[in-house]
Design a protein around this ligand. Structure first.
Ligand code: AMP
Length: 156
C-alpha cells in the first residue's frame, strides 16, 4: 500500500499516520518529523529548514523533494509507505508522481482529513509535545504562526 495523508496542520495527520501505517505494516514518513530531527541534530539540512519552519513557511520544494526521494529509496519503503505532510505543493505532487512512475509504482490511495478552522487553531495553540521527557510548545504552534501556517496550507 502506498498512501498519502493530506490535511491542514492540527488535523491529526501524525496521530492517524501512526495508527494506519501500523495496521498496514508500512513506514509512516513524516516530512515535519524528518525536518525536526535534522534541526535537533544540527545538520546542514536542519539549519536550512529551520528558518522556514520557525516562520511557519514551507521549506523550499527542491530541499523537500530531495529529502523525500532519499527516504523513499530506503529498503523499508520498497513494499509501501504512508506519507504524512508530503506533498504540500503542486510541484511536490508532480515530483512524487514522476518518481513513482520511474519506479513503475502508483499510489493506492489519498486520504484527506477535514477539520473546522477554529478547531484547528484551538488544537494547535494548546498542543504540547514531549521533548526529552518535558512538555513543551512547538515554536511554530504560537498563535500568530498557527494562523500563518493555515494560510500557507490553503494557498498551496
Ligand atoms: P508539520 O509537522 O507537518 O506541521 O511540518 C512542520 C513544518 O515542516 C512545516 O510548517 C514546514 O515548515 C515544514 N514542512 C513539513 N512538510 C513539508 C513539505 N512537504 N514541504 C515544505 N515544508 C514542509
Amino acid at each position: 500500500m502506498r498512501v498519502v495523508l493530506l490535511g491542514p496542520p492540527g488535523a491529526g495527520k501524525g496521530t492517524q499516520a501512526q495508527i494506519i501505517a501500523g495496521r498496514l505494516g508500512v513506514p509512516a514518513i513524516s516530512t515535519g518529523d524528518i525536518f525536526r530531527a535534522n534541526v535537533s541534530g544540527g545538520t546542514e539540512l536542519g539549519t536550512k529548514a529551520k528558518v522556514y519552519m520557525d516562520a511557519g513557511d514551507l521549506v523550499p520544494d527542491e530541499i523537500t523533494v530531495a529529502m523525500v526521494s532519499d527516504r523513499l529509496a530506503e529498503p523499508d519503503a520498497k513494499a509501501g509507505f504512508l506519507l504524512d505532510g508530503f506533498p504540500r505543493t503542486i510541484a511536490q505532487a508532480e515530483q512524487l508522481r514522476s518518481s513513482l512512475a520511474d519506479l513503475g509504482q502508483r499510489l493506492s490511495c489519498v486520504l484527506e482529513l477535514v477539520v473546522d478552522e477554529d478547531e484547528l487553531v484551538r488544537r494547535l495553540s494548546g498542543r504540547v509535545v514531549i521533548v526529552d521527557g518535558k512538555p513543551v510548545q512547538r515554536d511554530d504552534d504560537k498563535p500568530e504562526t498557527v494562523r500563518h501556517r493555515l494560510e500557507v496550507y490553503h494557498a498551496q
